[in-house]
Write a protein that binds this ligand. Structure first.
Ligand code: SF4
Ligand code: SF4
Length: 323
């Protein structure tokens, strides 16, 4: 059952980059901070404790970030990830003053740095961003790199090694897969997670995901259907789009109208009630998309093939409601 545990604000759809795999609609307006704070209060009253940020590039809306972070601190909420490409700044002065504003507003969550072959940023730009974060927050465990696999990651891997070196670290790898950037002379141990918990030691986990195909690209070649996880990964959030509409998912299908519950001005209780009445949301979170698929097949619906990617199927269904 859909039960939101976090609010994610996407204050703007604008971005300084134009990644080829981007699925964000631009030109959907900008979130007003005052309305966002009112919505946050409603969510806090409803029991939500965490807040995060995405986009577009959220650092292109620094005043919004400061206002909402201050409100979140006042409400006693916890910060989750702030997703960023880390390359939105024009010079070091702007980088540091913008980051300092966020720190002073109370943000103490994790920087989710989108960095992969598609983003294609210079390792020196990433190193400057990460170093500024380390310095201003006075700790080195507040950055994660989130990357999407690409068919040819060799250049990206070379860039990661260069980035690790620029940060005074080394790249931990396992069978060609990047795991983390860690201090070159870090203490040895059995479990990487046990080794770097003091906040002072360099550790940047690298979280990899396959590139999910968009509904238009097709991903129907699997020998078997996906397994339902009831959106345990990216689900159970209120995702607030730049136009104020609220989706029941932070995954890549969340711009489809089937996953839109209402707007920020509806508030927590009305949006939860809308989720409980929403057939697509219930299929994703409650009954399972496989059961929904089987029901459609019994009713005569045919699909182009099988897919092992639940979110791809969710997106495809939204975009092809009648087959
Ligand atoms: S950084 Fe993110 S929002 Fe910007 S173009 Fe790339 S994928 Fe899209
Ligand atoms: S199945 Fe749909 S609602 Fe669930 S996480 Fe994936 S895209 Fe979001």
């Amino acid at each position: 059952m859909f039960h939101p545990e976090e609010v994610i604000f996407a204050p703007t759809g604008r971005c300084n980059l134009a990644c080829p795999h981007c699925r964000v609609s631009r030109g959907r307006g900008e979130l007003p901070a005052g309305q966002a704070v009112a919505f946050l209060e409603s969510c806090r009253d409803g029991g939500i404790e965490r807040v995060g940020f995405s986009g577009g590039e959220p650092f292109l809306a620094p005043a919004f970030l400061s206002a909402v972070c201050k409100a979140a601190v006042d409400l006693g909420m916890l910060f989750d990830r702030l997703m960023t490409n880390g390359a939105w700044w024009k010079d070091e002065r702007q980088l540091r003053s913008t980051l300092a504003g966020l720190r002073d507003a109370g943000f103490d969550g994790t920087f989710g740095l989108s960095h992969d072959a598609y983003h294609g940023r210079d390792p020196r730009t990433m190193a400057a961003f990460i170093s500024a974060v380390f310095e201003l927050w006075d700790r080195k465990d507040c950055v994660e790199i989130l990357s999407v696999r690409s068919p040819d990651d060799a250049r990206y891997m070379a860039g990661l090694r260069e980035l690790a070196g620029l940060l005074g670290g080394t790249l931990e790898e396992d069978d060609g897969e990047p795991l983390a950037i860690v201090r070159a002379d870090g203490p040895a141990g059995d479990a990487p997670g046990d080794r770097y918990e003091d906040g002072a030691t360099l550790r940047i986990p690298i979280l990899r995901s396959p590139r999910s195909a968009g509904a238009d690209e097709g991903s129907w070649g699997s020998p078997r259907w996906f397994e339902d996880d009831f959106c345990a990964g990216p689900g159970n959030v209120f995702y607030v789009h730049p136009d104020g509409s609220v989706a029941a998912c932070c995954g890549f299908a969340n711009e489809n109208e089937q996953l839109i519950l209402g707007t920020m001005s509806d508030g927590y209780a009305v949006l939860c009630a809308a989720a409980a009445e929403n057939a697509h949301v219930r299929a994703c979170y409650e009954t399972g998309l496989n059961a929904h698929r089987q029901g459609l097949e019994t009713a005569g619906r045919r699909f182009p093939g099988k897919t092992a990617d639940m979110c791809f199927f969710c997106d495809w269904l939204c975009r092809h409601p009648r087959g």
